[in-house]
Design a protein around this ligand. Structure first.
Ligand code: ATP
Ligand code: MG
Length: 418
């Protein structure tokens, strides 16, 4: 039986000039990891594609669908792999067209990456086209806007034949854009924000603030489920969890009620910035969207931003809630995010949160508690869980040493390093 394999198309990577091979190699590595559960013989590069070969030589639609979810993949085709014998590739073209679903018109597009093959592409088009017209008498050729295009591509002593391709998630391979720390709640927005920067090639290190011990740890489990759901995209290697309930209670007792959320957020951002320092990450990422809730006005964003110097990326800032929900459904996190879980943000909420915080008042409230000691303490008690789905994630070697440096007094109690 003619072998079937998956051809992976990537366009943006092609734009990266000298970096091209770095990007391609990263995509090969990421695909190998993402497809671990599938019987894959090999993932390799060939003439502008990546090729994924199944162990039994029969790539399936399930394999194709797993490939589509990996950032950097623009399109995937399940192709027949033939030799240079024209009878063989004509037969494959007939099968490919027969599997193309509903269509009225088609054309053949022959390509040749190997110049040693004697037939010209025009000749190949005519040859294969004539055979298809004979096999499909009810269908018409349309060379301008065909419903289906049958590709016959001669590459390094082989011919790939396919008629169909499905879109991938696009973007760039994870691991080609550096590391970011994402603030991950178990809500709808931040998993989408994490996925979006991951799709642009960033290795994501989420930090979740839990209400523990004042709440249950449900939100932590939901965050783990979210990371597991993002596994096929290979973006996350480690999830940090910060038990924040006790400290929130302290803050709620000493700052004006209307400024509580801003104070919680400033502490969260500072802890996340410390994690970024430990991890060598270059930016924080949040799921904020302008004006979506009271805490997301420009004044409040500025009041929180002021607490850190590291850049903060907000990939959803201009998105509407419905767009975000749609994306959450696509990436599979929506059903997890809509389960109710008390997290730190539902704890000690003010009745009337400030919507236009004034910086002078924010700074006065900020100085009314020992925020430095609090951040040190939270960093010293941070917990984490590793996931083995992200080849580009490299854990910091000296988390314990960093703990010691950042929060000396608490070092003895610090969470373990592997
Ligand atoms: P989300 O659905 O992501 O929780 P939201 O619309 O509920 O967003 P907020 O609760 O105002 O918005 O949170 C704004 C952003 O702050 C979140 O998108 C997330 O990046 C961060 N954040 C909020 N709560 C937490 C948390 N418990 N742990 C970590 N980050 C958080
Ligand atoms: Mg939230």
């Amino acid at each position: 039986m003619t072998e079937r394999l998956c051809l992976v198309h990537y366009h943006e990577i092609g734009l990266k000039g000298k970096n091209r091979s770095t990007f391609e190699n990263q995509l090969v590595t990421n695909l190998q990891r993402a497809l671990k559960a599938y019987p894959v013989r090999e993932v390799h590069r060939i003439s502008g594609y990546l090729v994924v070969e199944a162990k039994d030589g029969q790539a399936t639609d399930e394999l194709r669908d797993a490939i589509r979810r990996v950032p950097g993949v623009a399109r995937v085709s399940v192709a027949y792999k033939c030799g240079l014998d024209e009878g063989e590739y004509i037969e494959a073209a007939k099968r490919a067209l027969a599997e193309a679903g509903d269509f009225q018109t088609f054309k053949v597009h022959a390509r040749r990456s190997s110049t040693t093959y004697e037939r010209h592409t025009l000749e190949m088009n005519q040859l294969v086209g004539a055979a298809l017209c004979e096999a499909f008498p009810a269908k018409k050729v349309d060379v301008h806007t065909p419903d289906v295009t049958v590709i016959v591509h001669v590459v390094q002593g082989m011919t790939f034949v396919y008629a169909d391709s499905v879109p991938g998630v696009g973007g760039l391979p994870v691991g080609t854009a550096g590391k970011v720390v994402t603030l991950l709640s178990s809500g709808i927005d931040s998993p989408v924000a994490t996925w979006m920067v991951g799709r642009r090639g960033a290795t994501c290190v989420p930090v979740h603030f839990s209400g523990r011990p004042m709440t249950s740890d449900t939100s932590e489990w939901l965050c783990q489920d979210i990371v597991d759901t993002l596994a096929p995209a290979g973006m996350v290697g480690r999830l940090y969890v910060v038990p924040f309930g006790e400290r929130q209670r302290e803050i709620s007792l000493c700052v004006p009620q209307s400024l509580r959320i801003i104070m919680y957020r400033r502490v969260m951002y500072q802890v996340a910035a410390r994690v970024a320092q430990i991890e060598g990450a270059k930016a924080l990422v949040t799921g904020e969207s302008l004006g979506q809730v009271a805490s997301q006005t420009l004044d409040n964003i500025a009041a929180v931003n002021e607490a850190v110097t590291i850049p903060i990326l907000r990939p959803l800032i201009g998105s509407d809630k419905l767009e975000i929900i749609h994306r959450a459904e696509e990436i599979g996190t929506y059903d997890i995010s809509t389960q109710t879980a008390p997290d730190c943000c539902t704890l000690f909420m003010p009745r009337r949160p400030e919507t236009h915080a004034r910086m002078r008042e924010v700074l006065a409230a900020w100085d009314s508690f020992d925020h430095e000691a609090m951040v040190d303490d939270l960093v010293a008690h941070i917990e984490y869980r590793d996931f083995h789905q992200c080849p580009s994630y490299h854990a910091p070697k000296q988390l314990r040493a960093f703990h010691a440096e950042l929060a000396p007094a608490e070092f003895a109690d610090a969470g373990g390093e592997q």
